[in-house]
Every structure is written in C-alpha cells, then in structure tokens.
Design a protein around this ligand. Sequence first.
Ligand code: Q9C
Ligand code: ZN
Length: 341
Amino acid sequence: MKTIFTEDHRLQDGKAELIDGKLMPCFEMPRRAEILIARVRDQKLGEVLAPEKFGADPVLRVHKPEFVRFLETAWDEWVAQHGSYDALPLNWIAPGMRRLLPETIDGKLSYFSFDAGTPITAGTWRAAIASAEVAMTGMKLVKGGERGAFSLCRPPGHHAGSDFYGGYCFFNNAAIAAQGFRDGGAARVAILDVDYHHGNGSQEIFYKRDDVMTISIHADPKQEFPFFLGHADERGEGRGEGFHLNLPLRWGAAWAEYGHALDTAMRRLTEFSPDVIVVSLGVDTFEKDPISKFKLKHEDYLRIGEAIAAAGKPTLFIMEGGYAVEELGINAVNVLQGFEA
Ligand code: Q9C
Ligand code: ZN
C-alpha cells in the first residue's frame, strides 16, 4: 500500500514533558517517524508520497475556530510573554469554575489543554497542519479506490477534541479524515482505535452522531491516561447512542485478552456496515513500550492487520502512538502487512 509522509513532522520537536513528577525528554519525538518510514522503505511496502496542501479548512470541519486560531498564534504569544522555551500549561479548570476564554497566553494554554505532556513549540502549528494534510491525502487515495493507505502522521491526533489538545496530540487526524470521507460522499465511517490509550478526542467529536462510529480498545481509564473517558458504559448520546463502543482492558493484557476485544470490535463494526474504516494505529500496546502496560508481541500486530482486513472494507491507517522507538517500525508495518496478506 501507499504511505503518505512529510519531513515537516520534524517541526514538532518538544524538549520536555512532565511525567512521573519529572520533566523528561519528550517520548513523542521526531525519531519515531524516521524509524517508521525507514521500515516502510525497507519492507518495500509501496510508494511513499508527499501530502497535498489542504490548509486549515478540513481541520475546521471537526475543530472549533477559536481553538484553531489559538494554536496558530500560541507560540508567538508565549514567546512575547516568556521567551522561546516550550510552552506548557500548569493549571486546569476544576469543577465549579467557569470555562471562559482568558485573554493571556497562560490562561489560554490552560483553557485549551488537558495535560502537561504536550509542549507547544515554534513549529507546532506547521507540524500539526502538515500531519492533518498527511491524513487528508490518505483519505483522498482511499476515496479514489485504494484498498488501503498509510498516513504516517506525526504529531498524533486521537486525544485532541473539538476544542482541546493534549496527550501529544493537537489536531485529530483520524477525525479529520473521517469527516473528509463523509464530506466526500461516504454515508457511514467507522473509526477503529487500537492505540493503548483511549481515543477520547475522537469519541468527543462524534459522540452525538450516528454517521461516524468510534470503537476503541485501550487500557482501562480507571488505571490509565486519559483517566476521564473510555469507560465501558459510554455508548454515545442522542442519535449517537449505540454508535460508540469502548473496550477497556486491564494493565497486563496480552494477546488472549486483546484478540478477544478485537473480535468484539470487528463484530460491531461489521454490523454497522461502514463504507470505509479509519484505523487509529497506535502500537504503544507493545510489551516493551516505556509508558504503557500491555503485553503485545511483534507477531500480534500481524493478527491485528488480518482481523481488520477480514471486514473487507477500504481502510485508511492513521499513525498514532508507540514509544518503543526502535521497534516501532516493525509493529506498525506488521499491521499493514497483516492487512495486505
Ligand atoms: N504515565 C498517544 O499515545 N502521558 N498519546 C502518559 C504515563 C500521556 C499518549 C503518562 C500519554 C499520551 C498518542
Ligand atoms: Zn497512545
């Protein structure tokens, strides 16, 4: 299958994230995409294409204008206030407070974010737009008749919601592509999220809709980030009720548990009968992932690809997480090769 990739991902190169009580080098680093594209080339997966220009228009189909505007100017406002060191928020709204948009950059960072792991840097806006363009270019390829395509997005997207960023994500690439399919004439789109973390942004964006189903297999939010969404009883709201599925698994889950959840996911997905599948492809479920606690092995990723292929639908793979950097390429490309087998 074809891969869409751009070097512009390097523009997101944060120095540090707050994790385990320490400021540590960002786990979400440029080297991740380098390893991934090297494996794609090495395995001769297929042609590698540059993204087309789409600008902010498709981003604005799923994100609120005030949020998109904020991200465009956040770095300049931050530098004017504090100098050119990565921008991180340091407080958030608590229940009972009012979510009113503050005037100053520190307030805006707090308003639009939900963690201290997602630095805004000089290149964040351009990298995030480029990542969305990588997703949209993949969308166009699949819409044009390709059975599968790999959008090698970086920074990732599935934690970003209609008006918030966090979890290393700024714009929700999978949601942007899913909406792109809808705008291009697809009646029903299914987002299947296999990243270790719950795809809270994707769920929030589509929760009240029945035209874009979200299915997520992830670490139980009772134990794991993002903690406040992704519980099994969340099934959608209004006309969206029954169109959103959460399959949380406990820390330590290996293929026995994971494969079972994937069967459940694919059964519900098939029943929905989507025109197209968007896969939020995280490989932080790997046994050696440094920030995660599932136990998947290299060969399990082939099984994931095969299970997705069995649905028999055109499929766009969107890169999300995975931090065992040196083995990231093997796991992600295994999913794609399992799909193509
Ligand atoms: N103790 C993605 O995989 N912090 N984002 C985790 C672990 C946030 C991951 C802290 C992890 C976000 C796209
Ligand atoms: Zn993740």
